[in-house]
Design a binder for this molecule. Structure first.
Ligand code: ACM
Length: 267
């Protein structure tokens, strides 16, 4: 059994010191083996333009947010995942998520499916979804709008993920319900860590929906946060439950697929 936690934060745009302190306080308030923070939790979301992303972006795993995640994961002897704007040496800017396990860098995932204004700010992730073994099970990272493409979660399930590590800044109301289906149709756990509040900048305004959620392979919501408070939700789970893909004696979820008939998916 492991304890998994979604950290629901209330960041202030551009105030990394405050946002990191908020995240650390919430993490230290709840013992867990796996903590998931929201997308872009240290910077805020509503950038003015790509230049502003470039100013706030950092390299993996040496930037300030990554070092924060590394140090805290060592202190808590846990896995910690959180979103950050990633800058690469060749000028790429990605909406990324970093995973650290007890101080060690495990993965840097780049959001594949950009949402709305993100097309002006980031490059779309150029790497396939991948699963990462850790001290808290086999983890499949994805970021926010990746949820609306069931292919993302399916690829992670096929690669052996036990837990979807879902870092989000949700603005539409559908995702939490959709994650029930993502978990059911793949028989795995999901930790959806969202933020609350909003960003108001440059004549634009955006509001986030909270209601972070931990979902089980049978679609049960094991824990759900409020829509308007920074808080931690925790669930104790047996990750091995995600390895049982047998729906009944004659239906194994993954073996029952008919990929030879799914050509449209990759055309
Ligand atoms: C989103 O993908 N952050 C809505």
């Amino acid at each position: 059994m492991i304890r998994i936690a979604a950290i629901q934060t209330d960041p202030r745009f551009g105030d990394a010191a405050r946002n990191l302190a908020e995240a650390a306080g919430l993490i230290r308030s709840a013992p867990a083996d796996l903590y998931v923070l929201p997308e872009l939790f240290a910077t805020g979301y509503l950038f003015r333009d790509r230049d502003e992303v470039a100013e706030l972006a950092e390299e993996f795993p040496t930037g300030v947010t990554c070092r924060f995640l590394a140090d805290l994961s060592a202190e808590r002897r846990a896995v910690i995942a959180g979103g950050f704007p990633e800058r690469t040496r060749d000028g790429g800017l990605y909406n990324s998520g970093a995973l650290f396990d007890r101080g060690r860098p495990v993965a840097c995932y780049r959001k594949i499916h950009l949402f709305d204004n993100e097309w002006d700010w980031f490059d779309a992730g150029d790497l396939s979804p991948r699963v990462h073994p850790s001290s808290s099970g086999r983890l499949g990272p994805l970021i926010c709008f990746d949820w609306i493409y069931p292919e993302t979660a399916r690829c992670l399930a096929l690669a052996g993920a036990q837990i979807l590590v879902h870092m989000v800044n949700l603005v539409m109301p559908y995702c939490q319900d959709a994650m029930v289906t993502r978990c059911l149709e793949n028989r795995l756990f999901a930790v959806t860590a969202n933020r609350i509040g909003g960003d108001r900048r440059g004549g634009r305004e955006i509001t986030f929906t909270g209601q972070s959620q931990i979902t089980a392979p049978d679609g049960q919501r094991l824990a759900r946060a409020s829509a308007d408070r920074a808080e931690v939700i925790v669930a104790e789970v047996d990750v091995a439950e995600a390895d049982n893909k047998q729906i009944n004696p004659r239906n194994d979820l993954l073996r029952g697929r008919r990929p030879g008939l799914y050509g449209q998916l990759t055309e």
